[in-house]
Design a protein around this ligand. Sequence first.
Ligand code: NG6
Ligand code: CA
Length: 512
Amino acid sequence: MKYLSNLLPYLPSTVLLIGCGNPSKQEAKSDQLQKPNVIYLIADDLGIGDLSCYGATKISTPNIDRLAGQGMQFTNAYATSSTSTPSRFGLLTGMYPWRQENTGIAPGNSELIIDTACVTMADMFKEEGYYTGAVGKWHLGLGPKGGTDFNHEIRPNTQDIGFNYEFIIPATVDRVPCVFVENAHVVGLDPQDPITVSYQHKVGDWPTGLENPELVKMKPSQGHNNTIINGIPRIGWMTGGKSALWVDEDIADIITGKAKDFIVAHKNEPFFLYMGTQDVHVPRVPHPRFAGKSGLGPRGDVILQLDWTVGEIMHTLDSLDIADNTIFVLCSDNGPVIDDGYQDQAFELLNGHTPMKHYRGGKYSAFDAGTRIPFIVRWPNGIKPGKQQAPFSMIDVYASFAALLNHELPTGVAPDSRDQLNNFLGTDTIGCDYVVQQNLNNTLSIIQNNWKYIEPSDKPALEHWTKMETGNNPQPQLYDLSVDPSEKENLAGTHPDKVKELAILLEKVKAA
Ligand code: NG6
Ligand code: CA
């Protein structure tokens, strides 16, 4: 098994005693030679500046800091895209999302946007004998073309693209329907009270933020004025399914509990757990035990809640004695945003906190803060703790795991994913040849050797609601990230050859 050669230098010496101890000892040790479990925890809209291990001083994230201290902490890691749906699509398919239509931010009743014929990363783990699960935020659609019917078995679902088990939030917490789906069924649904969802027009007679603003406990700042659920006006209209509605304050507890249950149930076999937290996406509604605890308002409080979730998963692994042979990845799906549509005082209470660090832009943007993400990989059996400065892109996670498992990817599978295993393990300090980034409007950028080129775009320079800089510019842009990480000075005019070189490279990637 090839993957063992990667981890041999780091295996505890006791493992080398396999076969020469007493039988019970031998059995216990052989666990350590089992394929490593994989937990891939993708937080929502978490910024590289939101964690104390990345330099935040106004907030403390002790559990995540411990994870980072015991693993490889990446300082130049990128998501494929600056919003959720395409970013997650790229991770799970190993294909750049901009190659496929319909991979933009998905509504809550979107069809499953990953073709069931696609061999996903979950399929790959399954073929390798892993038990696979998806828990938490999904946001890649469910059901057939035409949209999801939440009142019957919901197929195709994650179980048709490689997952054995699912307990998911269909889209985002600000989108209807506000229900969980477990193994193709809405949890707690009363068949006498079926769910109707629309993203075109009002359905049923439940109050909306637009018509009944006096009923909301969290006011919108942008959009978010359709059906009110739990006092929070959402995107989209719904009616029915009353017994199935989630309570926002409890979501972190529920999905963390489901993730823990999954780990406990599958501790004796290799497992792959893909977990998406709703934190720190809007609406930011912490459990009362975190409310007011950060001093930075709800946005800070849900960072503490996320840190708690990570701590719970770590404790679970410790209590089962499987932490050493579990690869635990923590990252974000895209860059941070401060006001993303509710009046939650995120700006007013920042208190000097810098979610984007010194990077330009944020969620939605072609500038670096759009896709630059915190990225931590802990694997005591296979990774010596350290910092990884080499460039790394989430598009390469799939092929890197395949390499770890010595799993040959057939032609056409994960077409854009490159084997960056040594980068992922922190032993390659050069990193990937180039990183491609995608903004809200599908404007692409490419980074190579610290030079960043953003292709020209006629799309708006500011995102409509948040006024975030999108990085769109009708002129080509070129930045030297080695001296200008904040992308202040466009050097395209003075470096036409570099612009040409990177534009050609980007065209090549597009044509591949
Ligand atoms: C935007 C929403 C924003 C968020 C985003 C998706 C408005 C005004 N803004 O359209 O609140 O939901 O979509 O975020 O509706 S993501 O992280 O899931 O991509
Ligand atoms: Ca997101």
